[in-house]
Design a protein around this ligand. Structure first.
Ligand code: 6PG
Length: 491
């Protein structure tokens, strides 16, 4: 048998797989392609991959035989049991040090498990986030690999050359241990939900609040795309709003207002609840999709529940549009602040060494949330890798202060109009809570102690003989209850 020529193998010739193969081929790598339905391999070689160096394989054994050692095999198959099934099929043909890479949208606990299982067998596993859709896969995605650390030197060149480049830097770096690559991709998707919801709320305010037509809203987004909001999602929003159906009506106005979701946003919200981190904006973005999904019920409700009479806007329209831009910017700062807080909390718990400047850098290009803004986040974490939150960084601290008055005006006006702004509003509520030295949790604690003897701690400076520092205190609030605290009798 001739010497193996393949630099990397790829399983799964759906649209992402095919495009990623062609991209890697363009970057000078010899890719061996395999698909369960092997006729797809032949079709691909005869059409899209014609004239390239791409090799085909008609069995897992052939795929493995064609790869140079250590073998590197990317799976681009549906997340879930299919990934485990392919790993099982590969194992008999792999040798110590070979690397299996899962490039699907897998849930990170699965990647943690797979890393452990393969490492126990002397193999290496990488769970890699791949973002950017079809276009990204073909011309440069954002790649977020994590897993067996020993795999990184072997895949680094292929991954970094294949990824998008921003200012000559690859949108790919080693994320960290076990499931961290897929974790970071999950948070990316949660942030994607948040960004999309914020844009949708801005559109709603411009349309239903100010009464502006889609074509003009497109122009507003185009202008915003030249400033602090410069990003892929703002750019495509302007393009979508300009796109008319054959009768000249904006096509977007004919799309049923029921949002779908495949679950990665929900995973992020669940992960935030599990970690006890207030990732409120992504949560609201997920719930907004849930509320949109009950269209029929909303239609019935709209007939029987009235909001305020919507008064025409009498203020300075351009000023309000500028305020809206600032509201979007400030809310986005909060969303990313929360996303990075979540990653930090999880990294602490799972003992991952995440490189936050690297994560933001990977998201600057190639992916759905790519933006100029992510360059500023990269800079903030490069300045201080232990940054407590983005709001402590000078650049973002100034930006959010500058945006604050307009942000408040927009939410107040939307509230008077009766236009829902779950993402804008929750961002502001988080901001006001985060900057509050004192929040009313003292009362919550008192209530918990009153009805359930759950105890509380004393506020520094307020200690006295019955309110002792550092103690779990229970008060007999009514004179009827006992003096025994919940924690002491459960102990
Ligand atoms: C990406 C996207 C990609 C996909 C989302 C869509 O980074 O390329 O995030 O992963 O578009 O999964 O998610 P929903 O169907 O849940 O909106």
């Amino acid at each position: 048998m001739s010497a193996p020529v393949g630099d990397i193998g790829l399983i799964g010739l759906a649209v992402m797989g095919q495009n990623l193969i062609l991209n890697m081929n363009d970057k000078g790598f010899t890719v061996v392609a395999y698909n369960r339905t092997t006729s797809k391999v032949d079709d691909f070689l005869a059409n899209e991959a014609k004239g390239t160096k791409v090799q085909g394989a008609h069995s897992i054994q052939e795929l493995c035989a064609k790869l140079k050692r250590p073998r590197k095999i990317i799976l681009l198959v549906k997340a879930g049991p299919a990934v485990d099934s392919f790993i099982q099929q590969l194992e008999p043909y792999l040798e110590k040090g070979d690397i299996v890479i899962d490039g699907g949208n897998s849930h990170y606990p699965d990647s943690i498990r797979r890393t452990k299982e393969l490492e126990a067998k002397g193999l290496l596993f990488v769970g890699s986030g791949v973002s950017g859709g079809e276009e990204g896969a073909r011309h440069g995605p954002s790649l977020m690999p994590g897993g067996s650390t020993a795999a990184w030197p072997a895949i680094k060149e292929i991954f970094q050359k294949t990824s998008a480049q921003v200012n000559g830097e690859p949108c790919c770096d080693w994320v960290g241990e076990t499931g961290s690559g897929h974790y970071v991709k999950m948070v990316h998707n949660g942030i994607e939900y948040g960004d999309m919801q914020l844009i949708a709320e801005a559109y709603d305010i411009l349309k239903r609040g100010l009464g502006i037509h889609e074509s003009e809203i497109a122009d507003i987004f185009t202008t915003w795309n030249k400033g602090v909001l410069d990003s892929f999602l703002i750019e495509i929003t302007a393009n979508i709003l300009k796109f008319n159906d054959d009768d000249g009506e904006p096509l977007v106005t004919k799309i049923l207002d029921k949002a779908g979701q495949k679950g990665t946003g929900k995973w992020t919200a669940i992960a935030a609840l599990d970690a006890g981190t207030a990732v409120t904006l992504i949560g609201e973005a997920v719930f907004a999709r849930c509320l949109s999904a009950i269209k029929e019920e909303r239609v019935r409700a709209s007939k029987v529940i009235n909001g305020p009479q919507r008064e025409p806007f009498r203020g300075d329209k351009q000023q309000f549009i500028d305020d809206l831009e600032q509201a979007l910017y400030a809310s986005k700062i909060i969303s990313y602040t929360q996303g990075f807080m979540l990653m930090r909390e999880t990294a602490k718990e799972l003992e991952w060494n995440l490189n936050y400047a690297g994560v933001a850098g990977m998201w600057r290009g190639g992916c759905i949330i790519k933006s100029v803004f992510l360059g500023d986040i990269t800079a903030a974490y490069e300045k201080n890798k232990d940054l407590e939150s983005l709001l402590f960084d000078d650049f973002f601290n100034k930006a959010v202060h500058k945006a604050q008055p307009g942000w408040r005006r927009v939410i107040a006006q939307a509230c008077l109009w009766g236009i829902p702004t779950p993402a804008f509003s929750t961002a502001l509520a988080f901001f006001d809570g985060y900057r509050s030295e004192v929040v009313p949790a003292n009362l919550l604690q008192a209530q918990r102690d009153y009805f359930g003897a759950h105890t509380f701690r004393v506020m520094p400076g307020k200690e006295n003989p019955r309110l002792l520092k550092g103690r779990d205190i229970h008060i007999n609030w009514t004179g009827r209850g006992g003096n025994v605290s919940a924690s002491s009798y459960s102990a």
